[in-house]
Design a protein around this ligand. Structure first.
Ligand code: OGA
Ligand code: MN
Length: 298
């Protein structure tokens, strides 16, 4: 199978038409998909129908060690709506399929997705690709925006590049949740996910362009006073997410959008989330096989 790829805007984002998610792994064009995501950062697979949960998971497993299960403990999220542990439920529906009330901890937690971020930057073993399927999408709003962190890096003045290249940032999920108004984490939550450190710029393995690696989970610059570090992180995030670096995805039911968390940033946007249903399920690949987890890597 060859992919039918159409760039969306210059070198950022591309649409892949009519990919057949029923293709068995041994016949799937894996090298082509990797080359396309390395080039475009975001791929929109748009076809006649949505991949099933099983196809979504099988597709993701071809591309890296896949995340299985809950990586953070959020108090009050005890029952799951989606059946497979590989799927992160990022919609607004409770286990019975009803829209969560606005003040539910789960709704507050997901508000954090509306800040620019890279999935799982708060983990040592970071997320590489995320694959999000829109099973039910609101009639308006609820778009997802993506920013090209390579173009953002390349556009920095040389002196800023040099500064950034020497810095390391600390990332914590609780930092971004608090920015989004989520209450002080409980002891159980804090303990489930302590902060980690990553260089502020990097070249993704297997590619040649350098990109920024930061955004809302980044809480401070190592060795800098907190406020000064936050100021620089905010300034760089603002720079990298200027409209000229952004693709805004308007969802159609059934889309599978794949992005590379090591070279792009993303955020959800507002919609009437207590009125309209949004059923979105995500798989996430990781840099390395996950310790103690039987990560099927086909
Ligand atoms: C995600 C995410 C944003 C959205 O699934 O990682 O940030 O628009 N989603 O649902
Ligand atoms: Mn995300």
């Amino acid at each position: 199978m060859t992919l039918d790829i159409k760039p969306i805007q210059n070198e950022f984002g591309a649409i892949v038409a009519n990919y057949d998610f029923a293709t068995p792994p041994e016949r799937a064009p894996i090298a082509e998909i990797r080359a396309a995501i390395d080039r475009y950062g975001v791929l929109v697979f748009r076809g006649e129908r949505a991949p099933t949960d099983e196809e979504h998971i099988a597709f993701s497993k071809m591309l890296g060690p896949i995340e299985l299960g809950q990586i953070i403990k959020v108090t009050g999220f005890d029952r799951r709506r989606v059946r497979y542990l590989e799927l992160v439920d990022v919609g607004n529906l409770d286990p019975d399929g009803n829209i969560f009330p606005a003040d539910h901890r789960r709704m507050l937690f997901r508000k954090g997705d509306r800040l620019w971020h890279a999935d799982m930057s708060f983990m040592e073993n970071r997320a590489t690709y995320s694959m999000l399927v829109g099973h039910e999408v609101p009639p308006m709003g609820g778009d997802t925006e993506f920013a090209d962190a390579r173009a953002g890096y390349e556009a920095l003045p040389d002196a800023m590049k040099t500064l950034v290249d020497g810095l390391v940032a600390e990332h914590s999920i609780w930092h971004s949740r608090q920015l989004a108004g989520f209450p002080e984490p409980t002891a159980e939550e804090l303990e489930s996910r302590p902060p980690v450190r990553h260089p502020l710029s990097h070249v993704r393995e297997g590619t040649s362009r350098k990109s920024l690696y930061l955004a809302s989970h980044a809480s401070r610059i190592v060795g800098w006073p907190i406020e000064l570090g936050r100021g620089l992180l905010a300034e760089l995030t603002k720079f990298a997410t200027q409209p000229r670096f952004v693709y805004r995805h308007q969802w159609r039911r059934g889309d599978l959008v794949m992005w590379d968390n090591l070279t792009t940033l993303h955020r959800g946007t507002e919609f009437e989330d207590t009125k309209y249903r949004r059923d979105m399920r995500r798989t996430t690949c990781r840099e390395r096989v996950i310790e103690g987890q039987n990560a099927g890597y086909a």
